[in-house]
Design a protein around this ligand. Structure first.
Ligand code: KG4
Ligand code: ZN
Length: 340
């Protein structure tokens, strides 16, 4: 039984499920208003220094029920009040995606409600609309996650154009692999970010990658860091770790933003946004706002909890799809890769 106010027969109540990588997440949204968002991060991968796909799938299976129950409970909504089940179907780890998709299909079938498939990266981009003052279309989205680095012109909730992307590592990987080289725990991005706060970003200089157009390449920077670290003794390394983190982070962020600035100017855009896990990075957030202010652009970053993987963004994306009457058959497949 639904216990929150103003329920009408027409009300749309979306239960959203996200299991594309190592977060098991569920959220409930009613008529575009987020009622709850629950995220369980699988700590077990820390032992292995990276996400182990098979372990991720099994861990999702263990948690998906309790995470979903928690989201329903927090929203004060019962399963029978759900009008749509939304789920990430791509891109991501195949086994992990299949776990969430199968669970969502089972729910949709038993509740006799439509299934809505959601693209994980589109959902990251649409996470801005969980905010009370979202960007106006069109805007430039800098998609910065563990698996993607893309510059996307977002023309509407449905029309998005990739104008540039990484040719090798994603920026999240560039953070995580660097952190691993420095002996930091997994996932290294947040640890590197924390250490860098104490360091001097101008202490060491890393070469700026020379890549045409709006594309990126981060593997050269990672290799430059590896050679740099190999030349240092253990004592030198630990003494200057915060400076190394700050300088390397600056090189990544400078490169990322330089292309985005050119794209903003070339396309005459006035708003830009960060999307994906790396938008939690404190240095990137600071620089992004400073540059936006300097150029008179509106800068948008989702609330911290909606930067990394979560199901609130899946619910938001499904809300947009529902407004366009887009639902999907139960034959929807999970896909490890799929462009937006
Ligand atoms: O979007 P996300 O949660 O998962 C993917 O879809 O990939 O992004 C995860 C990535 C990881 O590489 C993680 O290290 C990075 O986001 N990340 C950060 C920070 N917080 C998360 N990278 C740098 N600084 C952070 N504070
Ligand atoms: Zn993600």
């Amino acid at each position: 039984m639904l216990v929150f106010e103003n329920k009408s027969k027409e009300q749309t109540i979306i239960l959203a499920i996200e299991t594309s990588c190592d977060e098991t997440a569920a959220a409930v949204m009613a008529d575009g208003k987020l009622l709850s968002s629950v995220v369980h991060t699988q700590g077990i991968h820390q032992e292995y220094g990276g996400v182990v796909p098979e372990i991720a799938s099994r861990a999702h299976l263990d948690k998906i029920n309790s995470v979903t129950q928690a989201a329903l409970g927090k929203a004060n909504v019962s399963l029978h009040d759900i009008t749509h089940v939304a789920v990430t179907h791509a891109p991501g780890l195949l086994g992990a995606l299949i776990t969430g998709l199968s669970f969502a299909k089972g729910l949709a079938l038993s509740l006799d409600v439509p299934l809505v498939k959601v693209h994980h990266i589109k959902a990251h981009i649409l996470a801005h609309f969980l905010d009370s003052s979202p960007p106006e279309f069109p805007f430039l989205s800098l998609v910065v996650s563990g698996g993607h680095t893309q510059l996307v012109i977002v023309k509407s909730d449905a029309e998005m154009e990739i104008i540039g992307e990484t040719l090798d590592d994603a920026i999240g990987e560039a953070f995580d692999k660097a952190a691993k080289m420095m002996g930091l725990p997994y996932p290294g991005g947040p640890f590197l970010d924390k250490l860098a706060i104490e360091g001097n970003p101008k202490k060491f200089e890393f070469p700026k990658p020379n890549i045409e157009g709006y594309n990126y390449s981060f593997s050269g920077l990672k290799t430059a860091l590896l050679y740099f670290l190999q030349k240092l003794s253990e004592e030198e390394k630990s003494a200057s770790l915060p400076d190394i983190c700050a300088s390397y982070q600056k090189a990544l962020v400078d490169f990322l933003l330089s292309k985005a600035i050119s794209a903003m100017k070339a396309h005459g855009l006035k708003s830009w946004g960060l999307a994906g896990g790396v938008s939690a990075n404190s240095y990137l957030r600071k620089r992004f706002h400073e540059i936006g202010e300097y150029n008179g652009w509106q800068s948008h970053i989702p609330a911290f909890e909606y930067c990394t993987d979560n199901a609130a963004m899946i619910a938001q994306a499904a809300h947009f799809l529902d407004l366009r009457n887009q639902t999907d058959p139960l034959s929807v497949e999970a896909l490890a890769t799929l462009s937006i």
